[in-house]
Ligand binder design. Structure first.
Ligand SMILES: *Cc1c(COP(=O)(O)O)cnc(C)c1O
Length: 350
């Protein structure tokens, strides 16, 4: 039986005797070595498959802690604004624990798989005629006035839970990697990984700290541009964010680690999305390709990654967003009559 992150990393988490040790199997995700893509970079490249969490994204690591703490505090209802994965995760843990779950999403801007999850787990889904930033502003104001627990990454327990992914990487590799490539949206995850690496370093479990290499999407790059983006646009809906909640913390992680936060175009994201799947068998959602898109961009700009040990975080499953997969497919479908000879001809062996 999997332990879940609350049990496995209890000494590093805000858990006490009153904390319910809930789990639906989050954490313990695979760290796999690239076989083909890494040859382009001359580095050792690993993928941290956060897509293998129970609701299909890394959000489960933080959500399990946030929900456990909400229950411990006597809360009966949780709420979040979401581009999709936070709502799927909140809905899953809320269902597991019998809480009321309210999710507020930007209308028409949430990937099909994520909507399917929130609805099937039984959350109350509210669509706002606005973007994610509007939804978050409303939910924050609401929780100031009503007894609902906010489980967005403004909830400090989310970041605490998410840092366990950094622990697992060190536990698997025996030390921290040289660099961590990661998409940046609300910037909670880059903040969480950095905290995890620093805590493990301070505990003597790692001897180095990695450079944090974060990537926003060009149409949603407030940190890179140094200003709020009013109408964020990108194919990568999970990082379509114009005013990140953890902006300053992400900049602090970047600077303390000697890393960067840069941006990648939708074209670069989709190229990386296809390469990860077709060269290494890793099907992440478009946002999850931002790290590899960044690695490709920097390599083409003349950076060398030769000899480095790099981990790229695959934040969510490609199955979350089947519309994008089909819309941007580069493969043409062949249709044939139900005859062996037609199949042979179609395969070029007839
Ligand atoms: C939430 C999410 C991100 C962005 O993470 P932040 O903590 O908001 O920076 C990236 N990819 C996926 C799949 C996500 O669900």
């Amino acid at each position: 039986m999997t332990e879940g992150v609350l049990r496995r990393y209890a000494p590093y988490l805000p858990v006490g005797p009153g904390t319910p040790m809930i789990s639906i199997g989050e954490g313990g995700t695979p760290l796999i070595r690239s076989r083909r893509l890494e040859k382009r970079f001359g580095c050792q490249l690993y993928f941290k498959l956060e897509s293998c969490n129970p609701s299909g994204s890394f959000k489960d690591r933080g959500m399990v802690v946030a929900v456990a703490k909400a229950i411990e505090a006597g809360s009966r209802a949780i709420i979040c604004a979401s581009t999709g994965n936070t709502s799927a995760s909140a809905a899953a843990y809320g269902a597991h624990c019998g809480l009321d779950v309210y999710v507020v999403v930007p209308k028409g801007n949430i990937a099909l798989g994520k909507m399917a999850q929130a609805l099937t787990y039984g959350a109350k889904v509210i669509q706002v005629q606005g973007n994610f930033d509007d939804a978050l502003r409303m939910v924050r104001a609401l929780t100031d006035r009503h007894p609902l627990t906010l489980v967005n990454s403004l909830n400090p327990h989310r970041i605490e839970g998410q840092k366990t992914a950094a622990f697992e990487i060190v536990d698997d590799l025996g030390d921290a990697p040289d660099q961590l490539f990661i998409p940046v949206g609300n910037a909670g995850n880059i903040t969480a990984y950095w905290r995890g690496f620093v805590e493990y370093f301070d505990a003597g479990k790692a001897h180095v700290k990695p450079q944090m290499m974060g990537f926003e999407a060009e149409g949603a790059a407030p940190i890179v541009r140094g200003q709020v983006v009013e109408k964020p646009e990108t194919v990568a809906s999970a990082i379509r964010i114009g005013n990140p909640a953890s902006w300053q913390k992400a900049e602090a992680a970047r600077d303390a680690s000697g890393g960067i936060i840069d941006m990648v175009s939708d074209e670069q994201i989709l190229e990386a999305y296809h390469l990860m799947a077709s060269e290494d068998g890793v099907f992440g959602e478009p946002s999850s390709a931002a790290g590899i898109a960044g690695l490709l961009k920097l390599t083409r700009a003349g950076w060398s990654f030769a000899g480095k040990r790099i981990v790229c975080v695959v934040t969510g499953s490609g199955l979350k967003d089947p519309d994008t997969a089909v819309r941007y497919s580069t493969v043409s479908l062949t249709e044939i009559p139900a005859k062996l000879s037609a199949l042979e001809r179609a395969l070029g062996c007839g």
